[in-house]
Design a protein around this ligand. Structure first.
Ligand SMILES: Cc1cc2nc3c(=O)[nH]c(=O)nc-3n(C[C@H](O)[C@H](O)[C@H](O)COP(=O)(O)O)c2cc1C
Length: 314
């Protein structure tokens, strides 16, 4: 038991990060049933689709689960209302100001966690009254901070500033990675990329197979002028780099990005023209496994690594 397992009433301090086009109810419920905390990723769902996923998740698990809400979407109010109406007990907010919705959600008895990429924002989230924060290093898949702060440096800096529980994210796919961040001061971990390559992930099989082929150096944090995002270096990524050569305006970049690129890449499986969001740690993801197996592997490696840790002698 620790602060994170107690906060969410779960067995293991492993949270499956909310991921657009990847984390529907199937993945969230599988993770929760395996003893972690599954999150439905609301970012790629129309409000009524989200409602359906929450209802299906409630049927698929009797364990706690939550919803991740990136706050930059226009229909945020509708999304928040659905979460409240459906009795969701845990919300992870990201990409926005934690002050906007935290008090409202907490009044409804919902536990709120906010995702940050710096110690300054961690402090702001704590001041806004969240129950815990996710501190996400720039090696993570998906949208990220501009500052390129790695998980290894972010966790101790955040730890220095705040008192509430810290969930480390970015570059964690194994029990050893989990232990490393917990030694640095994290109370739990949020894992994205590894679950994107799970059997239950709702992404296209082409994308999952691509993840297991990704090697060291195959991803890059780009589009910092819009919303920084870590992408696989595919044809679309190359098109962005070619445009950068011409010193593009923000509008030029927005036009190239167009609409629904992430859906095209991750959900429809277009590996050339789509946006493929994955973290650096994909380089050690070699298999598409069921979520339960991922959690079991992580926890058994974590336990072995905990024992080994005591063996250093100098
Ligand atoms: C495909 C993909 C989509 C993601 N979408 C979201 C999202 O919608 N909201 C969010 O807060 N984080 C999102 N993330 C970040 C994850 O929730 C998680 O914090 C991150 O993946 C952790 O780093 P890792 O990829 O190294 O495990 C996404 C990550 C990936 C890989």
């Amino acid at each position: 038991m620790n602060r994170i397992t107690q906060l969410f009433n779960i067995k293991y301090p492993i949270i499956q990060g909310g991921m657009i086009w990847n984390s529907g109810y199937k993945l969230a419920s599988a993770v929760s049933n395996a003893g972690g905390l599954g999150l439905i990723g609301a970012g790629s769902m129309y409000p009524e689709v989200l409602r359906e996923h929450i209802q299906k998740c409630k049927k698929a698990t009797d364990k706690p689960f939550g919803v991740n809400i990136p706050m930059l979407y226009p229909n945020i109010e509708e999304i928040i209302n659905i979460v409240v109406e459906e009795g969701v007990k845990i919300v992870f907010t990201s990409a926005g100001n934690p002050k906007t919705w935290t008090a409202f959600l907490k009044e409804k008895g919902i536990k709120v966690v906010h995702v940050v990429s710096s110690s300054v924002f961690a402090l702001k989230a704590q001041d806004a009254g969240v129950d815990a924060i996710v501190a996400e290093g720039f090696e993570a898949g998906g949208h990220n901070g501009r500052d390129e702060t790695t998980t290894l440096t972010l966790i101790p800096m955040v730890k220095e500033k705040i008192q509430i529980p810290i969930i480390a994210a970015g570059g964690i796919a194994t029990g050893r990675g989990m232990l490393a961040t917990m030694v640095l001061g994290a109370d739990g971990v949020q894992v994205g990329s590894r679950f994107a390559a799970s059997v239950e992930s709702s992404s296209h099989n082409n994308f999952k197979e691509k993840i297991v082929k990704v090697k060291e150096g195959d991803t890059h944090l780009t589009l910092k002028e819009l919303a920084p995002v870590r992408l696989v270096k595919n044809k679309f990524y190359q098109d962005i780099q070619d445009l950068y050569e011409k010193c593009p305006s923000k509008e030029d970049l927005t036009t190239l990005l167009g609409r629904a690129r992430a859906k095209k890449g991750m959900f429809e499986g277009d590996l050339d023209e789509g946006e493929l969001e994955i973290g650096q740690i994909a380089g050690i993801i070699h298999e598409i496994l069921p979520a339960e197996k991922i959690i079991q592997e992580m926890m058994s490696e974590f336990e072995i690594a905990c024992k080994e840790k005591t063996k250093f002698e100098f």
